[in-house]
Design a protein around this ligand. Sequence first.
Ligand SMILES: [Mg+2]
Length: 271
Amino acid sequence: MLEDARDTRERPRRTRHRRPPPPPLNERCALFLDIDGTLLEFAPTPDGVAVDRELAELLNSFRRALGGAVALITGRTLANVDRLFGGARLLVAGLHGSERRSADGSVRRHERAAAELAQLREDMGRFAARHKGLLFEDKGATFAIHYRRAPALASFVHRTLRRHAAHASIVGWHIQRGKGILELRPEGRDKGTAIVDYLQEPPFEGRTPVFVGDDLTDEFGFDAVTALGGQAVKVGPGPTSAAYRLPDVSAVRQWLAESLEQVEGRQAPTQ
Ligand SMILES: [Mg+2]
């Protein structure tokens, strides 16, 4: 424990884990919600979860109360979320922001990332094959170059990968460094960019963003809404950049239900 404490003091990031629960939502917010582990409990498989009627109604009521400014931000595909919600075609950003349905019904898919990745994969595969001790690993959505057997090449590999990624890049790529390994992941699309994209469109524009999520990938969303003066809510334990925390799915549901009552209560006389 002492070791841990010393460790955290040295890190520049805010690593104290205690966060207060979020205040109730108001009618001027735009609501962005992760699905798994946030609105729905995890199941052994992603297809093992089911949307209960209560959740469907809660989301519907929020859409009415917030002028439609409710979107789901998830790692699932859009088609998968549509199936999950019984074909209800909600506003969804799927695959961590790589596909996104706008309020006008149009869907944007960022196929450019796939095309760029294919080119980089080919270039870097050839590069690795030319140098003894380098190992190229294709991981599908990303790739890695191992240089553990040729540590002297480390900075050369890094420079080469960075140069290729910068050349290819409309999407933007992040080079992840590990022990004897460099890995590439698309930087241009994440849950944060999906939220920022929504906020430039009706009915989201001009509203204060609130994002609720439980996972590491949700930190991108937390950073985005916090930078825009909104509220980030982390679900469950663990370090986070979010300012608020709720312990679990049922606490999220309860907070949403209570917020809805307040929002609807304020709107009732004139709507
Ligand atoms: Mg999640």
